[in-house]
Design a binder for this molecule. Structure first.
Ligand SMILES: Nc1nc2c(ncn2[C@@H]2O[C@H](COP(=O)(O)OP(=O)(O)OP(=O)(O)O)[C@@H](O)[C@H]2O)c(=O)[nH]1
Ligand SMILES: [Mg+2]
Length: 606
């Protein structure tokens, strides 16, 4: 069977999954009567809730007798490493660009990777149905981007389409009739090269993993040379260069949303292999007669780290069932097996683990997954990972793109400058201005929420890792302190009401609190201990009901990511299946003061 291997790449939310979905539908993968959900590929709960793709997925459609293997990739910058890896499976890419937004930082990153791998690109200007879409202008911007990225002449000759994944059509010229995705499928078959055929000894590169409760780990990859049959022996080369013997128990090729078992897979095809112990990303399966590994796949270094700690809050174990440090340890190390970009290290304390990854989203997805599984734990302030380059301290720097109403551009520029950022480009549009900066990752922590507030929500923020650069100098932490509950017990409306001018609250009346819990953000520097349980003295019947008559502004609800970004160095987030609470890492006021004095002395060098 003829084959085409193609990866769908784009900036976050530009419509990859929706387009794959529609392609599946139109190729009749959905059996009649089967319940059809939107974006069926975003299959895990977190993906559905957040509306983003977290892990890439393989699907395949058969079109005019050609099997098109499609890989849907995540668009969020934290998962860029994953995209880079799965590109190894492809001979071509479908680059999607939102007809309204135009090329964004992640568009640039994924395109650059694809061009470096000499993959054949097809460009589709997507979401043309969007009001305000500017497809022709965006196509020009995409062309400029190709030029900037040093695309070869052949790559610059990319086929282009306009389309709407959601409405399920693609066209070659804007005036064409908008019927279906046939023009896109035709373009894929015609312009993406078939995988080269090499009859030599087997080489299969594992680029993704899957699990099944029945068979364990499953390796997913592409055959670059030779062929592979069920029951055959192979040499499995690992990342460290060592090789072990293994036998292929089952082989599958992709078929629609699922897989079909086959006896043999030929060169160029993408398959799933069952029966390999400890199979890992980057492994090569090779012919035992002529065992030759493929080059090792580079993996992104983590840039951000956080401490994960066993929950030590007074109510620990009440909301989750997995609470011990041993359970936490096991779970974290298990994740490193699946997620190459994650690093877990023990620390001097048996209850604390240093977990490092590619960004706040990357790590918060792990936290969300764990709390759904029933874990309780705490996480400390996110910190960037410094490196030493040529004997000097270096730190991660990111490209930050901000789209903002013109009147707010000044606010953003000023804020970024205060965080050691540097403006590199500014595009003043009719209503919106796009500003691009280079800024240390440190300066970005808390950026989104601060700017959303400063611009009343009129801002779109995107950023992605650029490179390590020499340390840029101190950046102030959050200037304000926290409002800290001094006692345990349910919060009282009366107390919250009386403290309104001290800051903004994160909690609601009647919510159960413990001493040392953070109940709000102080409007000034330094923490403020508050009595959040204080209620009005009940002098008579009428006063007893008065708590109910107090009108409080709604509390500020921080998401998990916002909570992480809020933290100062001596604070952490308590995460349980039911709650997310902010707290001082040291709960007792007395002990906290003592620790503060110790740190202050250390800093003075006494
Ligand atoms: N107007 C319009 N909206 C679209 C179209 N395609 C997708 N969307 C919307 O855009 C949002 C993102 O779509 P997805 O398909 O999840 O985008 P994605 O590129 O897979 O996103 P990530 O995987 O997170 O990078 C959803 O709200 C879709 O409904 C389109 O053709 N037109
Ligand atoms: Mg997606």
């Amino acid at each position: 069977m003829e084959i085409r291997n193609i990866a769908i790449i784009a900036h976050v939310d530009h419509g990859k999954t929706t387009l794959v979905d529609q392609t599946l539908r139109q190729c009749r993968v959905f059996r009649e009567g089967q319940e059809i959900r939107e974006r069926v590929l975003d299959s895990n709960d977190l993906e559905r809730e957040r509306g983003i793709t977290i892990t890439s997925k393989n699907i395949a459609v058969t079109y005019h007798g050609v099997r098109i293997n499609l890989v849907d990739t995540p668009g969020h910058a934290d998962f860029g490493g994953e995209v880079e890896r799965v590109l190894k499976m492809a001979d071509g890419v479908l680059l999607l660009v939102d007809a309204f937004e135009g090329p964004m930082p992640q568009t640039r990153f994924v395109l650059q990777k694809a061009l470096q791998l000499h993959l054949k690109p097809i460009v589709i200007i997507n979401k043309v149905d969007r009001p305000g879409a500017r497809p022709e202008e965006v196509l020009n911007e995409v062309f400029d981007l190709f030029v900037e990225l040093d695309a070869s002449d052949d790559q610059l000759n990319f086929p282009t389409l306009y389309g709407s994944g959601r409405e399920g059509w693609a066209i070659r010229e804007l005036g064409d009739e908008r019927t279906d995705l046939v023009p896109l499928l035709d373009t894929v078959v015609d312009s993406i090269p078939a995988p080269p055929h090499d009859n030599g000894p087997l080489q299969l590169l594992i680029t993704a993993l899957d699990y099944s409760d029945y068979v364990g780990r499953i390796g997913i990859g592409r055959i670059f040379r030779g062929r592979l049959g069920t029951g055959e022996g192979v040499v499995q080369f690992h990342r460290d260069g060592s090789g072990t013997r293994a036998t292929v128990k089952q082989l599958y090729v992709f078929d629609g949303l699922g897989r079909t078992e086959v006896d043999e897979v030929s060169c160029g095809d993408i398959c799933a292999v069952v029966g390999l112990e400890n199979v890992d990303i980057g492994d090569t399966l090779a012919d035992p007669e002529t065992p030759e590994p493929l080059p090792i796949i580079a993996i992104d270094e983590p840039t951000l780290t956080m401490n994960f700690m066993a929950n030590s809050s007074p109510g620990y174990g009440r909301e989750g069932k997995l609470v011990t440090s041993r359970q936490l340890r096991e779970r974290l190390f298990k994740e490193t097996v699946r997620d190459m970009a994650l690093r877990v290290e023990p620390t001097a304390s048996a209850d604390t683990f240093r977990v490092s990854g590619r960004g706040i989203l990357h790590l918060s997805i792990l936290m969300e997954t764990m709390r759904r599984e029933g874990y309780e734990f705490m996480v400390g302030q996110p910190r960037v990972i410094f490196k030493t380059i040529n004997g000097r301290k270096a730190e991660p720097v990111e490209v930050l793109t901000v789209d903002v109403a013109q009147e707010h551009a000044g606010t953003v520029i000023e804020y970024v400058a205060g965080r050691r950022g540097e403006m590199v480009n500014m595009d003043v549009g009719e209503t919106r201005t796009r500003v691009e900066f280079h800024i240390p990752s440190r300066g970005l922590i808390g950026f989104r929420s601060t700017m959303l507030r400063a611009t009343s929500g009129e801002i779109v923020v995107n950023h992605r890792f650029l490179q390590y650069e020499f340390f840029k100098g101190a950046i102030p932490e959050r200037q304000t302190g926290s409002l800290v509950s001094m006692a345990a017990g349910p919060a009282a409306a009366f107390a919250i009401d009386a403290l309104q001018d001290r800051g903004r609250f994160f909690i609601e009346p009647t919510q159960e609190l413990y001493a040392g819990q953070i109940v709000g953000e102080h409007s000034r520097e330094g923490d403020l201990l508050v009595n959040a349980q204080k209620s009005k003295k009940l002098t008579n019947m009428r006063a007893a009901g008065s708590d109910r008559n107090i009108k409080l502004p709604p509390p500020v609800k921080l998401s998990l990511e916002e909570s992480l970004e809020y933290l100062n160095g001596d604070e952490c987030v308590e995460i349980t299946p039911r709650s997310i609470r902010l707290r001082k890492t040291i709960l007792g006021e007395h002990e906290r003061r003592k620790a503060e004095r110790r740190t202050a002395k250390l800093e003075e060098g006494v």
